[in-house]
Ligand binder design. Structure first.
Ligand code: ADP
Ligand code: MG
Length: 433
């Protein structure tokens, strides 16, 4: 005991859904953060990463399980743990200096010392001379530097970073990430362990000593990849490319246990449909079908060629595989026979295939269609469908999933939707019947 900064044992968390039923977000999770370690958490949106970080930060309580910081139970915010947020979370009416000092005020540090420490931190993080500025005068990258300075000024043992670089443009994010790593690797900050949440695989591979991949619904740890490479790492080196490939594969692959029960998972009315749209699904499919890929692409190469982010690509891959048009295999995405047929088809055939696959593989779409067929007018309000989804999802997520099902269903001519009345209807019968 004692060698771990953070220890979680069988930590579980659920939230109440709109109907009052509890929905499990984290299921009996074990996790340890050791001294001198950077750990990256990767996982689909909604897999509970932010929830986990907020529990460790003491911002929300776990429902059950044990959690400790240096062997002491965590009941609320702990002085040794600081967090950096994606949204920066700065107070707009406070200057940069005041924002940074805030963390120290809470700890009762005297004014003089507060000022000295904030100054030193601003200098360290590249904000010297900006102490008097207001957040709105700063670029996104500078704002996040303030967010990081505010966390670091308390000399935390453990730094938690929730998608801290994702609101920034790629270049700014990379610069800030490298600056952070330089501080860490050069022992210029007293931080002993970092836990970052990311949806950027490259970022995780470049930063972490260990990557943990979370599975969703409920969130749990799916697998772990150790990275034994010195930093700074060269993103173009074969070993880093291979690692990125491996993590890509792991992120998109089903675990053996999911594969065996895979049908049950996606065959669920409340399945969280991937956040993507028809035009993106078809764009990626077309790209995959064309040269140079000709039906099979290495995932990182596809990322490069498509100019889409992982956050955009992953849901699209999921949609393609859900619809039986493509599948993921060993870090590659490849078209199925149907996917090939789809790629070569004209618009009308594409829509027909889309509708057919939607009914066969997306239970929510099939459910809506069945209910409409059972209705004498072939027309129903959307509300009951939203309520059904709220048994599994938060209200805004339920709405979003129905929106996706509506968009896909309209395209596949499985049902129609009237935006004015919020009603779903059967499409007009085809001419032959
Ligand atoms: P991630 O960070 O991996 O995207 P989150 O931890 O933010 O995931 O959310 C996981 C799930 O928990 C989501 O379904 C989300 O809607 C739900 N959730 C998070 N916070 C709350 C809350 N305060 N009340 C109800 N549901 C919540
Ligand atoms: Mg999150």
């Amino acid at each position: 005991m004692g060698q771990y900064l953070i220890e979680l044992h069988q930590v579980a968390k659920s939230f109440k859904a709109a109907d009052g039923k509890a929905r499990t977000v984290l299921e009996k999770l074990d996790f340890k953060l050791a001294q001198s370690e950077i750990v990256a958490l990767l996982g689909k949106s909604g897999s509970g990463k932010s929830t986990l970080l907020r529990i460790i930060a003491g911002l929300i309580p776990a429902d059950s399980g044990k959690l400790a910081y240096r062997d002491k139970p965590i009941y609320g915010p702990v002085a040794g743990i600081a967090m950096v947020f994606q949204s920066f979370a700065l107070f707009p009416w406070l200057t940069v200096q005041q924002n940074v000092e805030l963390g120290l005020e809470a700890q009762g540090v005297a004014t003089q010392e507060r000022k000295a420490r904030a100054d030193a931190l601003l200098e360290l993080i590249g904000l010297a001379g900006f102490g008097g500025a207001l957040p709105r005068e700063l670029s996104g990258g500078m704002k996040q530097r303030v967010g990081i300075a505010r966390a670091l000024v308390t000399n935390p043992d453990v730094l938690l970073m929730d998608e801290a670089f994702s609101a920034l443009d790629v270049l700014t994010g990379e610069t800030l990430r490298n600056d952070m790593l330089e501080l860490w690797d050069g022992d210029r900050i007293p931080t002993k362990g970092i836990l970052i949440v990311s949806h950027n695989i490259e970022e995780a591979v470049m930063m972490a000593d260990r990557i943990i991949i979370m599975a969703s619904d409920p969130g749990c740890i799916r697998c772990e990849v150790k990275i034994d490479l010195p930093r700074p790492r060269d993103v173009d080196s074969p070993v880093v490319r291979a690692l990125i490939d491996e993590v890509y594969g792991l992120m998109t692959m089903r675990t053996p246990q999911e594969a065996s029960t895979g049908v049950a998972l996606s065959r669920h009315v409340g399945y969280r449909l991937p956040e993507t749209d028809v035009s993106r699904i078809e764009a990626v499919l077309d790209l995959l079908a064309d040269a140079p890929f000709n039906g099979r692409a290495d995932l990182p190469q596809m990322a490069e060629e498509s100019e889409l982010t992982d956050e955009e690509l992953f849901p699209t891959y999921e949609a393609l595989s859900l619809l039986g048009l493509a599948m993921i295999e060993k870090g590659d995405i490849l078209l199925t026979a149907l996917g090939r047929q789809y790629a070569g088809a004209d618009q009308a055939v594409r829509q027909e295939l889309f509708g057919q696959q939607l009914l066969a593989h997306v239970p929510l779409a099939a459910h809506i269609r069945r209910k409409l067929e059972q209705d004498s007018n072939g027309s129903l309000p959307e509300q009951p469908f939203i309520e059904l989804l709220e048994e599994f999802l938060k209200a805004d997520e339920a709405k979003r999933v129905l929106e996706i099902a509506v968009e896909w269903g309209r395209y596949g001519e499985v049902y129609k939707y009237d935006y004015h009345t919020g009603r779903m209807t059967l499409p007009e019968p085809a001419r032959e019947d």
